[in-house]
Design a protein around this ligand. Structure first.
Ligand SMILES: [Fe+2]
Length: 317
């Protein structure tokens, strides 16, 4: 744990036992890591791989192979996983799919102080689209009540599933009045590490910014598109977005994981992502809430996840 605290991530290589889910479970149990449930599991959006091992399949879907997953922490406004262990059961058969990490402390350190001050003061709000275009085809009178009903339903049913703190707003994007936008409440992009007190970049902008997604491989349909705004929902200056992107990418460490490799990371310190790939790829992830502290019997908490990712079912790396 001292190594993890110092470096933020540890790459375990050349282990035989971690080539399958059962061995991987033995690995994290030996380290006394206490898993927490993945919220996608709770929502029914994503299957747990071998059910009893709390191992969740990563984003290996062929439809998302050409989609670059940018840097993010596994977190919502109210919940954050403490540690994550990413395991490679099969590297991408035709190349790519490297696992990416970046040190949030270094990113804060490398950012231009004016940009940092601006985004710190303005805060950031994540947003995800749900296009409900069928509303436009409904008879007038019925349309409004249906729209209200859906807005309310999603807020009451979806948000608690992911323990999210958000608002649902129609027409905030003027290109489509039936676009229901889930908007996270404004939060600071900088976090104080809960153990070391280090200031760390803790923000999904690199993954969720519409400006950045439009300029790199992104196969997410418009209905699932995300963006990041300032806390007052104004646009973050593109010069700032480009600078943040450049600093994030400068700090990326790319890992070509082989079968059985595990990357254990401190989710408060280190952001993660994954490169595009070709062919079949089988990586998985388990999230942990603590290490070395036995859980009270029956106390299995939901894990955090990046709600934007979760909401549109395209998620983890
Ligand atoms: Fe993730």
């Amino acid at each position: 744990m001292a190594q993890l605290q110092e470096h933020g991530a540890i790459w375990f290589r050349n282990f035989e036992s971690t080539k399958d889910a059962e061995g991987f479970r033995g690995f994290y149990e030996a380290l006394q890591l206490n898993p927490c449930l993945d919220p996608i599991h709770t929502s029914g959006l994503r299957a747990m791989e071998p059910r009893k091992h709390a191992v969740y399949e990563a984003v290996n879907k062929p439809s998302l192979a050409g989609h670059f997953v940018g840097l993010h922490n596994e977190s919502t406004f109210v919940k954050t996983a403490t540690y994550g262990a990413f395991v490679c059961f099969e590297p991408a058969s035709e190349g790519g799919g490297e696992f990416l990490v970046a040190d949030g402390a270094k990113i804060v350190n490398d950012l231009d102080k004016d940009v940092l001050e601006r985004i710190y003061n303005n805060k950031a709000s994540g947003q995800s689209n749900l296009d409900l275009n069928f509303l436009g085809a409904l008879p007038e009178g019925f349309r409004e009540s249906t729209a209200d009903f859906l807005q309310d339903l999603i807020l009451k049913v979806v948000a608690p599933k992911f323990d999210m703190d958000l608002e649902m707003i129609y027409g905030a994007d003027q290109s489509n009045p039936y676009r229901l936008q889930a908007i996270e409440h404004a939060q600071s992009p900088i976090n104080k590490h809960p153990v070391t007190g280090q200031p760390v970049w803790f923000c999904n902008l690199h993954n969720h910014s519409r400006y950045l997604r439009d300029r790199r491989p992104c196969t997410v349909p418009e209905v699932g598109m995300t963006d990041v705004y300032s806390g007052d929902l104004s646009t973050i200056p593109y010069d700032d977005v480009r600078h943040i992107n450049e600093v994030c990418e400068r700090n990326i460490v790319s890992m070509s994981m082989k079968q059985g490799d595990v990357v254990l990371l401190d989710n408060y310190r280190v952001l993660h992502g994954r490169n595009t790939f070709k062919g079949d790829r089988k990586h998985a992830v388990t999230w942990f809430e603590s290490c070395g502290e036995p859980l009270a019997r029956g106390e299995v908490k939901d894990t955090p996840d990046d709600f934007m990712n979760t909401l549109i079912n395209k998620t983890l790396v």
